[in-house]
Design a protein. Sequence first.
Length: 274
Amino acid sequence: MSKKVYEMITNQIIEKLEKGTVPWKQPFTNGIAVNWKTQKAYRGINTMLLDGGEYATFKQIKEGGGTVKKGEKSQIVVFWKMLQVEDKETKKEEKIPLLRYYRVFEISSQVEGIEPKRKEEKFDHNPLEEAEKIKREYFNAPSFSSITGGAWYKPFEDKVNVPPLEDFEDVNKYYSTLFHEMVHSTGHKGRLNREGVTGTIKFGSENYSKEELIAELGASMLCGITGIENTTIDNSASYIQSWLRALKDDKTLIVSASQKAQKASDHILGIEFK
């Protein structure tokens, strides 16, 4: 089952890339995707599978007194569940991940008989202030510098550098670049200990590419929270083609990277410590 779900998810991301859309590059001004019944925001890979709106399963729609419009196609959402199983040889219990998916429909455009529960999404905060707050409250943060000339994270110094704000033509570019490097910093051995940061780092290697994808996805998640447009990602044909090749070679890549990106985002926000 899990292999099938990985392929379904990857094929959907590939389809968007082939149409010239980078699914993890979103302006987020159209709102986030939430479950219609619970009003909880979707997380991880689901943020790339769904556009902004409220979604419900066929069962939830039926229970709410609604019907799906004729001819409408469902979209998929997935969730992880850890199962406790016993090893047949050692008799020791271990946890294994189970990936499941559900089919959902967007309430306002695909469903009749029930109404969305929320009003049009509006950010009730100053995006720039919110971005500064995320940096300021980063749990167990690295040191920061603002040297002109390049953006980077150096694990051996545990330091993030982003050129000063006045070096950027677009303020969104500054904060999305900052978030990208901050996500890299979560891989430090004293935080989440990701191989793409703590291991041997070589430009163009598999580990390097995976870590870059994690940083891109994590930055997009933080941009979504603040309401800042994610502008760090190149939308060129060569960029898209490189990810198409990577995803076709490894059907688990996008799911694994999004899971690690969500964990990185949660670490920066202090969610796992609250």
